[in-house]
Design a protein around this ligand. Structure first.
Ligand SMILES: [Zn+2]
Length: 157
């Protein structure tokens, strides 16, 4: 499920504070149109009513792809220095979840191991990377019979 909430954000240009609706999590399997918005870099944009500044909000965003079974979670880069924030993770980088909600075990362990990024561009790159993997494995599967092993080609030289 995708979730949106109001945040009181400060304009990085003029300091004006205004309430902005921000996506906290997007489920691109249930809401594919949000994936398009993200890939067009139009998600969680702050548009200042005073000075017209447009910028990405650095509020945390969870990207959840149920079909390909992966999550990407973005955090503001300052979080790296926040001890309270770091306590949310195990030494292996996975998320410490207390009181695991019922259904997580059935839906997959990948939910507790989101790929962590610290800005929206990193998120976009990682999503493209995973989409390309899924496309190329589909291509390989469909071309399997015709494919020639690379060793045979190199022997001709
Ligand atoms: Zn402003």
């Amino acid at each position: 499920m995708s979730e949106m909430a109001p945040h009181n954000l400060e304009c990085p240009n003029c300091g004006n504070k205004q309430e902005t609706m921000v996506w906290n999590s997007i489920n691109v399997t249930l809401d594919p149109e949000l994936k398009r918005t993200l890939l067009e870099a139009k998600i969680n944009l702050f548009s200042c009513e005073k000075c017209g500044e447009n910028s990405f909000t650095d509020t945390p965003l969870l990207y959840h792809d149920m079909a390909q079974q992966f999550c990407v979670q973005s955090y503001p880069v300052e979080a790296i220095e926040d001890v309270e924030f770091l306590r949310r993770f195990s030494r292996d980088g996975s998320v410490v979840i207390t009181g695991i909600p019922a259904g997580i075990k059935e839906s997959g362990a990948y939910i507790t191991c989101p790929h962590i990024v610290f800005d929206i561009n990193e998120m976009l790159r990682y999503v493209r990377f995973r989409d390309r993997i899924s496309e190329s494995t589909r291509e390989i599967a469909s071309k399997k019979i015709r494919s020639v092993p690379p060793t045979r080609r190199s022997r001709k030289r």
